[in-house]
Design a protein around this ligand. Structure first.
Ligand code: PMP
Length: 363
């Protein structure tokens, strides 16, 4: 058995060990309450204090302006693909148009779902290039009067990340799926109308979805939008219209506090730049390994790569596992390998992977 395990899963993914240790120590009795967080009423003073602290810490970490609500929802990223058009595409009483930039699997799924609620315009697509880059903004064909522009700022499977914020007419809200890189780099929330993220990568357990939405976008829901998914209703009830995923919010809160103690998002970004540099350098050393993403669009979080000789894939994975390097197999739709190196992946984990890459390549 290897002494040290490093988990490169794309999600659910590695969490900070100290957070898991704290959760373990508080499992049966949270702060002398005599209850586990799992057993508390979501309306009781104990859980309300956990919720308020988590919200305040996330607001601080991302410098969320006061005219944005932070919602703690359920349903994951895929549910948001329907919930967003149901909430934002109801203006004018006629079918709205939504602009999309198609950069990979996850924006592709968003496009497919949105077609059930609105007209969809694919303003630009990276498909012809095999989803290896973000189409440059001067090639985008946006629709005048579109309800919003949807982008996936980090494609978890394709390993393609935006290195810019689109410059658009200020009346066009940008909706960003940040599921796999939220809190990994500083962002200017005011540039976006809505940001969403499933928690199970950089935030906490699956089952919690974070939505950050500008106040003026709460007014245009379609009439048949379900109440539990109606942003305005959820906001008015401070995410307690129905029972929120309380334990997941508690763990997320521990992660937020931990990030603050580590120096916040700017400090995480510096570490993430260094971790990604180290890994790409090893992959680029010669043509034994291959990452196909354009240099300026390479994700710092999700790094897909291929062995030039794919007949060695199983041997590569078995050797990795024997060294405690887990969950490196690529997504089934693209094959190859993928290393996800979220905030909670320590530099030593990346170094251990790099050492193995070099050893396996026989360098
Ligand atoms: N968007 C992105 C960028 C993702 O990586 C994922 C999950 N891997 C999703 C959406 C879907 O999230 P969920 O499975 O929580 O619905």
């Amino acid at each position: 058995q290897p002494t040290q395990i490093h988990n490169f899963s794309a999600g659910p993914a590695v969490l900070p060990k100290v957070v898991l240790q704290q959760a373990a120590s508080e499992m049966l009795d949270w702060h002398g309450s005599g209850m586990s967080v799992m057993e508390m009423s979501h309306r009781g003073p104990e859980f309300i204090s956990i919720y308020k602290q988590a919200e305040a810490d996330l607001r601080e970490l991302l410098a969320v302006p006061p005219n944005y609500k932070i919602l703690f929802m359920q349903g994951g990223g895929l549910a948001q693909n329907a919930i967003i058009p149901m909430n934002l595409a109801g203006c004018c009483g006629q079918p709205a148009t939504i602009d999309f930039i198609h950069t990979g699997t996850w924006s592709g799924k968003s496009i497919k779902e949105a077609k059930r609620y609105a007209n969809v315009n694919i303003a630009a697509s990276g498909e012809a290039g095999g989803f290896t880059s973000v189409p440059p903004q001067d090639t985008w064909r946006l629709t005048p009067g579109a309800a919003y522009l949807h982008i996936c700022t980090n494609e978890t499977i394709d390993g393609v990340e935006y290195n810019f914020v689109p410059k658009v007419d200020p009346r066009l809200p940008i909706v960003a799926d940040m599921s796999s890189h939220i809190l990994s780099r500083t962002i200017d929330v005011s540039q976006y109308g809505l940001i969403f993220a499933g928690a199970q990568k950089n935030i906490g357990p699956a089952g919690l979805t974070i939505v950050i939405v500008r106040d003026d976008l709460l007014e245009d829901a379609l009439p048949d939008c379900p109440s539990a998914f109606h942003y305005k209703t959820v906001a008015e009830h401070e995410s307690m219209f129905n029972t929120p995923p309380t334990y997941a919010i508690y763990i997320a809160g521990l992660v937020f506090a931990h990030l603050k103690a580590q120096g916040g998002v700017a400090a995480m970004e510096q570490r993430n730049i260094e971790k990604a540099r180290l890994l790409y350098e090893a992959l680029d050393a010669d043509d034994f390994y291959q990452n196909r993403v354009a240099l300026d669009c390479r994700s710092r979080m999700n790094i897909p790569f291929f062995l030039r000789d794919e007949s060695l894939n199983e041997q590569f994975l078995a050797g990795a596992k024997a060294r405690g390097l887990l969950q490196l197999k690529g997504h089934k739709s693209v094959g190859g390998m993928r290393a996800s190196i979220y905030n909670a992946m320590p530099l030593e984990g990346v170094q251990a992977l790099v050492d193995y890459l070099n050893e396996f390549a026989g360098r």
